[in-house]
Ligand binder design. Structure first.
Ligand SMILES: [Zn+2]
Length: 522
């Protein structure tokens, strides 16, 4: 299709779906569309996992659970979610049901009942036990550590210790009129009230990477293949690039070479201006080397994108938005309402779908190339182990971003077979190997420490370095752990549930093996 024809076609199609109605209900910004079907609504708040800290991680999720569990809804037409920076309550039903549900959410969230607190902590523990490994969150941990957006890849460590009062204090600070927005698929029900407290409008948390040298890589054998994550500007060229990248990965890795089952391109909004772009490809373990080589070839060829390919990608995108592959108009209208609501919470200026479409029409091959070269300059790779390193992968990210500490040196109970030492001093703790490599957590960079009844300590740094110090594996382990614990501020110490004996490790070597090792080392 010629660009001018496409432009005309676009305008007809898009104009039909831009009827966003804006109003205010009890000072809460409200957006609604005229979509057929039962009334659907979402009450969203600008707060999420990235607003927590390691020691409070999980509290927003707990607020969401406690709130929903105290709302009686036999028809189960409601739900909730906690995202990186947005928490939402969703409902579908007759206008009166929707109205009752939203009013109840507002009433409950500002005076959280305590009767379900402990049960919901247990439910969350069960939920996290079923949560599967997610390479997207893991990429965020490697980029942002254990603060802000990196927290989405960390366990909800704050759940055990949180009190009802702490939860209530946090709730009234975050779930306010200024941080809320409501979207609906029809006009707001008559008599709907959103009784929320006033508060301070919260901007998205800053994007503060702990890693500055890109491209870089780390080993990830759990993701089942290779993943590349980059932080990119939210521009029209991204849509075209994602379409091209997805097609090229699929054609090369799945269709032509048959090494990958589900190569994917993902694009997640982080804040008003930035998104997280992820390219991923899986493979059987025996094909990992070939997978990485082919992925690298596709990766390097993104440097060559021409106008014809951009045009084809544009038409494909158009087909998905409003063409033959587009969802029904009612769904599109709702997506529009949700997009407007999200942008409002992100603090992003709302762009009409027509202007997004017009912008997309003007994207050229050189815009897409520029987008790609920006992306490359922030890329982190999750690589399988044992592969040959290539220049496009950049440099390995060191396990710890802080220097090792000086202090008391403690030998392993498996020494000399295990040659690393534990070093602890006034500044923190390191585990150091004879070649100089180390894992270090400095107290000035301590995000939190898990403390088990059996004496074990797990120190976690802001750079996500995790040091598990097992008293059963080091000389004088109990007293070493006690002395380290004394250095940790109380508010960073998280008492854990007792561990079963089977979970406590023992030295792996026998006295005879260690004796033999000492003889051979002389
Ligand atoms: Zn949940």
């Amino acid at each position: 299709m010629q660009q001018s024809a496409l432009r005309e076609y676009n305008q007809i199609e898009y104009t039909a779906m831009t009827e966003l109605n804006w109003t205010e209900l009890d000072s809460v910004t409200t957006i609604w569309v005229e979509a057929p079907g039962p009334l659907r609504a979402g009450l969203l708040f600008r707060t999420g996992r990235a607003d927590e800290t390691l020691t409070t991680a999980g509290q927003t999720h707990l607020i969401e659970h406690v709130t929903l569990s105290s709302i009686h809804d036999p028809s189960q037409h409601h739900n909730g979610f906690v995202g990186e920076i947005i928490t939402g309550f969703l409902v579908m039903g007759q206008p009166q049901e929707v109205s009752d549900f939203l009013a109840k959410v507002c009433d409950t969230i500002q005076s959280l009942p305590g009767d379900r607190l402990e049960s919901e902590k247990q439910v969350l523990a069960a939920e996290s036990a079923t949560r599967r490994y997610d390479f997207r969150s893991n990429l965020l941990v490697w980029r942002y550590g254990t603060g802000g957006y990196g927290l989405t890849g960390m366990p909800e460590f704050g759940l055990h210790v949180i009190t009802l009062q702490q939860l209530r204090d946090y709730s009234v600070q975050r779930f306010t009129k200024e941080n809320a927005i409501l979207w609906l698929s029809g006009p707001p029900p008559v008599g709907l009230h959103l009784r929320l407290p006033h508060g301070i409008k919260q901007p998205p948390p800053p994007l503060a990477p702990i890693q500055w040298t890109f491209p870089g890589w780390f080993v990830d054998d759990v993701c089942g293949g290779i993943a590349a994550g980059a932080t990119v500007p939210r521009v029209s060229a991204s849509t075209i690039f994602c379409e091209i990248a997805s097609k090229r990965l699929r054609e090369r890795l799945r269709m032509a070479k048959a090494v990958s089952y589900a190569p994917a391109v993902l694009y997640d909004h982080l804040d008003a201006e930035t998104a997280h772009l992820i390219l991923y490809a899986d493979s059987a373990r025996e094909h990992r080397t070939e997978l990485v080589t082919l992925f690298g070839e596709v990766f390097e060829e993104f440097g060559k994108i021409d106008d014809l390919e951009v045009d084809r990608a544009r038409q494909q995108v158009h087909e998905h938005w409003v063409g033959s592959l587009a969802p029904p108009l009612a769904d599109r209208l709702m997506v529009e309402a949700q997009r407007a609501a999200m942008d409002q919470l992100f603090g992003r200026e709302l762009e009409s779908i027509e202007s997004i479409a017009t912008e997309m029409l003007s994207v050229t091959a050189s815009d897409v190339s520029k987008f790609w070269s920006d992306a490359q300059s922030t890329t982190l790779f999750a690589l399988p182990s044992g592969i040959r390193l290539q220049p496009w992968m950049g440099r390995q990210i060191p396990p710890s971003k802080v220097p090792a500490v000086q202090g008391q040196k403690v030998a392993s109970l498996d020494a000399p077979i295990q040659q690393e030492h534990l070093v602890y001093g006034l500044d923190g703790v390191s585990v150091v190997w004879p070649n100089g490599s180390h894992f270090t957590v400095r107290y000035s960079q301590l995000a939190g420490a898990l403390h088990y009844e059996d004496g074990c300590l797990c120190l976690i740094g802001f750079d996500a370095t995790t040091l598990m110090i097992e008293p059963t594996l080091w000389h004088n382990g109990q007293s070493v752990c006690r002395r380290i614990r004394e250095q940790i501020p109380r508010d960073l110490l998280l008492r854990q549930q007792p561990r079963p004996t089977s979970a406590i490790p023992k030295p792996k070597t026998t006295a005879w093996q260690r004796f033999q090792a000492r003889l051979t080392q002389r």
